[in-house]
Design a binder for this molecule. Structure first.
Ligand SMILES: Cc1cc2nc3c(=O)[nH]c(=O)nc-3n(C[C@H](O)[C@H](O)[C@H](O)COP(=O)(O)OP(=O)(O)OC[C@H]3O[C@@H](n4cnc5c(N)ncnc54)[C@H](O)[C@@H]3O)c2cc1C
Length: 288
């Protein structure tokens, strides 16, 4: 970070951005700039890296496409735009997740790509994107014997474990798109609460379910204390399929045991209680 104004590069295409980043190992991508703003604190002067590659001129990164099976969102699409264009077909819980992230003017700046790429803080949409099996398309330049070629490569990486997988990619790797499967969920919930007060990170719960004739056909549950990571128990989710609603006492006991296991390593005890409250709230809501 430096106090001089940064050098700003403005590519017009993904390939140009990749080539610039490959040539300039210290340059960083700039999407909405909100991570840099947040890390600079409340001071008027933002601490910026020496060279910025600004992504706002790349039209391809702002495209949104709805197919029969997926919603494909260009990485430079901001959260407010996603909420607006997705009205009526975004998966359940997504509108609430977006609305609970920062305030509207900041949401107009936060890009979905920057939200996912940011490593220092867990973005609030990530548990829900993980639960929905969203995939991130990343493009980069291929290398041969340590030499960067101008041949592009790409990978589709599941949100779960994205940062681990992306750490093995070349430094210029660019998130270009996020694909969210449009599965037929008919119940969903996003909850963000501050059981330990606003000085502590929030607790976030997301649930999605498909219910037919009072039978739970499919369910997914994701939890995070915004510190330790995002947790799901896929075995539990699979074992809940086919259960009648409302859940029996035996089913509730199994759920309660699973929530205790998931939250066992959480630092704040109040988040453990919040996790169980959220699960109970979700299941009582889907039988209404
Ligand atoms: C006042 C304020 C309140 C906020 N509140 C919340 C909140 O409540 N919840 C929440 O989750 N977040 C919140 N944020 C935003 C959060 O801090 C993230 O930093 C933000 O999501 C980043 O998105 P961005 O588009 O601004 O990315 P940037 O800040 O531009 O970039 C973030 C990082 O990702 C990299 N990057 C960006 N785009 C790409 C790409 N396409 N491919 C590869 N790398 C890329 C950048 O180099 C940088 O390292 C808040 C921010 C501010 C300023």
């Amino acid at each position: 970070m430096q106090s001089r104004p940064p050098r700003v590069l403005m590519p017009n295409s993904v390939h140009e951005a990749l080539s610039m980043a490959a040539r300039e190992p210290d340059a960083v991508y700039w999407a909405g700039g909100m991570a840099f703003k947040q890390q600079s604190g409340h001071g008027a002067v933002m601490k910026l890296p020496g060279t910025l590659i600004v992504l706002s001129r790349i039209e391809e990164l702002a495209r949104v496409l709805r197919t029969e099976r997926t919603l494909d969102i260009g990485s430079m699409t901001n959260l407010e735009r996603i909420a607006e264009i997705g009205r009526g077909f975004l998966p359940p819980g997504m509108q609430e997740a977006i609305a609970s992230t920062a305030v509207r003017p900041v949401r107009c700046m936060i890009s979905i790509g920057g939200h996912i790429a940011e490593k220092k803080k867990l973005g609030y949409l990530l548990p829900l994107l993980q639960l929905l099996d969203a995939k991130v398309e990343v493009r980069f330049l291929r290398t041969r014997r340590g030499r960067v070629l101008s041949i592009p490569g790409n990978r589709k990486i599941p949100i779960a474990g994205f940062h681990d997988a992306a750490s093995g990619l070349p430094h210029e790797a660019l998130i270009t798109r996020v694909s969210i499967p449009l599965h037929i969920w008919n119940a969903g919930q996003f909850i963000k609460v501050y059981p330990g007060g606003r000085d502590n990170p929030p607790f976030i719960f997301c649930g999605a379910a498909r219910v037919e004739k009072k039978v739970l056909m499919e369910v997914r549950l994701a939890f995070t204390d915004a510190q330790t990571g995002i947790f799901r128990d896929t075995e539990l989710e699979a074992s809940m399929a086919g259960r009648g609603l409302p859940l029996s006492n035996k089913d509730l006991q199994q759920l309660s045991n699973a929530v205790s296991r998931i939250t066992a390593n959480w630092i704040q005890p109040f988040n453990k209680a919040a996790a169980w409250d959220a699960v109970c709230g979700f299941f009582s809501r889907i039988i209404l």
